[in-house]
Design a protein around this ligand. Structure first.
Ligand code: PBG
Length: 351
């Protein structure tokens, strides 16, 4: 391409000149050697990017494999403490705990969510008592505790918003009291962030962080998770009256804006890989810590293909995680956290 002689030499014109500038411009030059690819990499991945989700069960020394998530097991509290120690040793900053509540403790009113001795509260206290320096993220939602598997209270076949929010506020205070560093409301009720933030302020818990599952979609990719926490078989209907429609993107911007205005410190987009466009929009529009959740179904897809020898597990895992960073994520909830951290430790140039 030829430029008129008088054209000002701005960066933009230099770039457009070079766009057609072969052979002077050869983009393969910087790709030739591993050291050079590392030097020009726009995104990087490190164990500091990960939050490791863990499933908690009753008992001692118990490790119960999750059939739909090969390589993932539900752990008793003592083994959660071991996992937290492993996370710390691997440089993983935080873990997220999800309970598989005994069926006898699940009820219509989800009262076990308010029990200061419930599984996640006990696990949180145990990790803190062991003096382990990882952050603890606790989900705020009722689905592990309801007999119908919904995140909210069900009245006459409908999920009632404000009554649910009142429960979530009480659940939040109990979880903060147990030592949760980050409360992560995943319920998608309207107004819950503001209500929880106000209650925390009133309780003097001004330092408790809130990471809102701001743009959480009604997704089929959560299937294996519901199996892991034991709510899948119980769930009546679906969650489309509160979780977002996968068709929408502008609506995600409204959700995020509201949650930030109500006092969220960080926001999350979920699921992950099919929603990277939302991660990009949120991180660019709001410039706040934006997390993505590589959910159970995404984990299962990669593991089942790798298990059949159809994909190279390690390469696929690291590529999928790097893609979140490229899209603008500050960090990623991933069941691959310890494995990926080990891969990155052995050879940080792996990706
Ligand atoms: C519950 C919750 C879900 C997940 C995290 N918190 C499932 C759901 O909303 O049905 C999904 C995580 C995953 O699939 O890995 N509120």
């Amino acid at each position: 391409m030829t430029l008129p002689k008088s054209a000002p030499r701005t960066a933009a014109t230099a770039q457009s000149a070079s766009a057609g500038g072969y052979p002077a411009v050869r983009l393969r030059r910087t790709r030739r050697a591993a050291w050079s690819r590392r030097l020009v990499a726009e995104a990087t991945l490190s164990p500091s990017d990960f939050i490791w989700p863990l499933f908690v069960i009753e008992g001692e020394g118990r490790r119960e494999p999750v059939a739909t998530m090969p390589g993932v097991a539900r752990l008793s509290v003592d083994l959660i403490v071991e996992a937290a120690r492993e996370a710390e040793a691997l440089g993983i900053p935080a873990i997220a705990l999800f309970p598989n509540t005994d069926p006898s403790l699940r009820s219509d009113d989800a009262r076990e969510a308010l029990n200061p001795e419930n599984l996640v509260c006990r696990a949180t206290r145990a990790v803190k008592a062991a003096g382990i320096g990882v952050g603890i993220v606790l989900d705020v939602a009722l689905d592990p505790y309801t007999s119908h598997g919904h995140d909210g209270l069900l009245v006459d076949g409908k999920i009632v918003n404000d009554e649910t929010v009142a429960m979530l506020v009480r659940q939040s205070l109990i979880q903060a009291e147990a030592g949760a560093d980050i409360l992560a409301p995943s319920d998608m009720m309207d107004g819950r962030i503001g209500a929880i933030r106000r209650a925390l302020e009133e309780a003097g818990r001004t330092d408790t962080q809130i990471m809102s599952y701001a743009a959480k979609y009604a997704s089929a990719f959560y299937g294996p998770f519901r199996d892991a926490v034991g709510s899948g078989g119980l769930l009546k209907g679906d969650k489309r009256t509160y979780q977002m429609d996968p068709a929408n993107s502008d609506e995600a911007m409204r959700e995020v804006a509201l949650d930030l205005a109500e006092g969220a410190d960080m926001v999350m987009v979920k699921p992950g890989m099919p929603y990277l466009d939302i991660v990009r929009r949120v991180s660019e529009t709001f410039a706040v810590p934006t997390f993505a959740y590589q959910v159970s179904g995404e984990y299962a897809m990669i593991m089942s293909a790798a298990g059949n020898g159809w994909l190279d597990a390690d390469k696929t895992i690291l590529e999928s995680l790097l893609a979140f960073k490229r899209a603008g994520a500050s960090g990623i909830f991933t069941y691959f956290a310890p494995h990926a951290a080990k891969l990155l430790r052995t050879d940080p140039s792996k990706i």
